[in-house]
Each structure stands twice: as C-alpha cells, then as structure tokens.
Design a protein around this ligand. Structure first.
Ligand code: PD2
Ligand code: ZN
Length: 287
C-alpha cells in the first residue's frame, strides 16, 4: 500500500476488511495492519467503520428482501363458475378472494366421506404436534390444543379418491401433497394464528424443505359442523370461514412471507367438537 493521503478505499480493501471482521479479528488489529501498510490511523479507522457499517446495512437489507414468487395451486375460476367438476364430483364455489388468495368450497366431500374419514382416524388420534422450526422435528405445542393424526398418501381407496379430487380441484400434482392430516378439536380447543409455510430463516427449515420444498397451499376440509365456534380465521383481512360439514377453505401463498396475508387460525370451539382434514401442498413432490 502507498501513503494514506493518496489511498482510496478500493473494493479489494473493503473485501479484505470484511474478511478480517468475519474471521473474528479485533478492529484495533485491523487498523494496526493498515497502519503497517502506510495508512494514517484516522483514515484507517474511518475506512474500517464505513466499510463495516455498509456491510451491516447490506446484510439487513438482504434479510428484509422478499423471497421470490413461485407458482401456486389455483382452481380454474376464470369466468366465475358457480361450481367446478373435480374428479367427476361437483364442488360449489362459495367465496373467492384474491388477496389473500382464499376460496371457500361447498360440498367438496359427501357426508358419508366425512364420516368415513372420522371413523378411520378416531382410533389413531394423538395430541397434535407442530413442526419445531429449530430442529425440523415435531413437538407438542400449546398454540394447538387439538388431537390429530396423519394418513399416508393413498393409504386407502377412499383417501386416494379424495386426493385425486383435490389435485383436480386446485390443479396441482397429487404427489406434491402431504398426507391428509385429521384434527379433532374438543370444546375450548383452538389453533392460534400462524402461517403454514416454513420460515426459511429458521434453522430447522432446511431439513423440512428437503421433502418437496415449501408449502404453497392449504386446504382445510370440515368433517363436521360444530355446534358453536371453530371458524377458520384470517386476522389480516378480518375474514372468518364457518366450519360446515363437507365444505372446505383453500388458500395459497406464493412466497414464505407475511406479505401473502395468509395468517390464519382455528378459533376456539365453544360447543361440541370440530373435525377437519388438512391437505398441505408443496412446491414439488412430497417424499
Ligand atoms: O382447523 C382449522 O380451522 C385450522 C386453522 C388453521 C387448521 C389449520 N390452520 C391447519 O391445519 O393448518
Ligand atoms: Zn394452518
């Protein structure tokens, strides 16, 4: 290096300063090394401070940047049809909202299909667990006070038929769906507001995302009609979907970010039980 008066802070010097800081060098040692190369002490300190401040700002800005948008499942609702044919079954379109993308369907399952799913699930229910984002495993969570279980994809002919219907309804490959999850809420049970995508910033997400990438859509199907309470709520837009046997609420999220406005929860059941089947849809094949 030449003398400080003729030196400018080059990109190379910035990279070197950042590398020293990231390697854990103390600022005074970095300044001392610069002085050894002919830098004036004050000029070196200013160069160090400016470079590290700019670096911190750039890292903070990158953290806040929106993740890129990806394709999502979407029912064929151009022309606002009152109903869709999905796997040979007529499904009514009751509500369609664009931001957040929410569609409420009527009669997705018959009452007999709802009853059969509840009967299959009942003996296998356990206190629900949610994904532990720090490890990628699962844990019992006070925010979700229901009992639940998962079916394997294609576990029975009934489940296959329902999965084919869902795939046709939202135009998304069957193999991108997780296994159907059944939840039973007893009086007082609820599911506090949350997002269904995995926060990419959390350490456990990398493991979870290996099985088919992000979740990009959710379908919550109501298997019974509770006597009171139990709506699915979207607090960002003050929307409540009433749980009605056989109906379903679909929502999609094109990036794992609250800007999708898909914060949602299951309001407490105040009388009777509430049963739902949830199908989460991934970007790619869920293995
Ligand atoms: O049961 C519900 O209404 C509900 C609410 C929020 C279900 C889920 N989330 C879910 O299964 O992700
Ligand atoms: Zn949810």
């Amino acid at each position: 290096m030449t003398t400080a008066t003729t030196q400018t802070v080059t990109d190379e010097l910035r990279r070197w300063i950042i590398a020293q800081a990231e390697a854990g060098c103390r600022p005074e040692d970095v300044v001392a090394a610069m002085m050894h190369s002919g830098w004036d002490e004050n000029t070196a300190m200013t160069a160090l401070e400016t470079t590290l401040r700019e670096r911190l700002d750039a890292v903070a800005a990158a953290r806040q940047a929106l993740p890129p948008q990806v394709p999502v499942p979407e029912p064929a609702l151009a022309g606002s049809p009152p109903a869709l044919l999905a796997g040979g079954h007529r499904v009514d379109v009751l509500v369609s909202m664009h931001s957040p993308r929410v569609v409420v369907f009527g009669g997705l399952l018959t009452h007999a299909e709802c009853d059969a799913l509840m009967d299959l699930a009942r003996p296998r229910l356990l206190r629900s667990e949610t994904v532990d984002n720090s490890t990628g495993g699962s844990e019992v969570n006070a925010a979700r006070t229901s009992d639940g279980m998962f079916f394997e994809r294609g576990e029975t002919p009934l489940i296959t038929r329902i999965e084919q219907r869902i795939a046709a309804l939202v135009n998304w490959p069957l193999v991108n769906g997780e296994g159907l999850q059944i939840l039973r809420y007893r009086p007082g049970a609820e599911y506090k507001p949350h997002h269904d995508y995995f926060d990419p910033a959390l350490p456990g997400s990398a493991t979870i995302l290996k099985r088919g990438g992000q979740r990009v859509g959710t379908l919550v199907i109501y298997l019974n009609t509770p006597e009171a309470g139990g709506a699915t709520t979207f607090p960002d837009v003050h929307l409540e979907v009433a749980p009605v046997k056989g109906n379903a609420v679909f929502f999609s999220y094109d990036r794992p970010h609250p800007v999708t406005r898909t914060l949602h929860g299951g309001a407490p059941v105040t009388q009777g039980e509430k049963w739902v089947a949830t199908k989460w849809l991934r970007e790619g094949e869920f293995v």
